[in-house]
Design a protein around this ligand. Structure first.
Ligand code: FES
Ligand code: FES
Length: 176
């Protein structure tokens, strides 16, 4: 990874950013290239939400347990709270915002809508991307495989029945 150090702020300088080291990163997010300086300790999910305004990825536990911050990094699911934004330098990130095409929901989203795959929706972005990763190259996944894939995504509302049903429905409806 080629991370270029851009500036080191003088710790003696006044202001809230004093002593914060920044580097410039270049990341492709949902097909758009973004190049900008970020503090080195900014998490990937905070970068997506606060710098890019992509608030679909949620922040729950902030230590890798709940899966609400799941995004795809070079097409692999990762915890956005466990990566620094600088680790995405030179890579491609996909967030839940990339699933729909305009007003047209992705088949997974449509299935969640039709089969009660969500209640409060806090876990949903991470679960959608986990399910996307499971289904994109697979057909006919079993309930056990779905539940195994979901084992890293916590949902406090649904009891998972609707989520599993939704993924099974998307497995049928998604032409891939
Ligand atoms: S916020 Fe990242 S795993 Fe919970
Ligand atoms: S729908 Fe509320 S946490 Fe999953």
């Amino acid at each position: 990874m080629d991370v270029q150090q851009e500036s080191v702020v003088d710790p003696a300088a006044a202001g809230p950013a004093a002593g914060v080291q920044e580097v410039t990163i270049r990341v492709t997010v949902n097909g758009a290239v973004h190049e900008r300086p970020v503090p080195v300790r900014t998490s990937l999910v905070d970068f997506l939400r606060e710098d890019l305004g992509l608030t679909g990825s949620h922040v729950g536990c902030e230590h890798g347990v709940c899966g609400a911050c799941t995004v795809l990094l070079d097409a692999e699911p990762v915890r956005g709270c466990l990566l620094f934004a600088v680790q995405a330098d030179g890579h491609e990130v996909t967030t839940v915002e990339a699933l729909a095409t305009g007003d047209e929901l992705h088949p997974l989203q449509q299935a969640f809508w039709e089969h009660h795959g969500l209640q409060c929706g806090f876990c949903t972005p991470g679960i959608l991307l986990t399910a996307y990763d499971l289904l994109r190259e697979r057909h006919g996944v079993s309930e056990a495989e779905i539940r195994e894939a979901l084992s890293g995504n916590l949902c406090r509302c649904t009891g998972y029945q609707g989520i599993v049903r939704s993924i099974q429905a998307a497995d049928e409806s998604w032409e891939r």
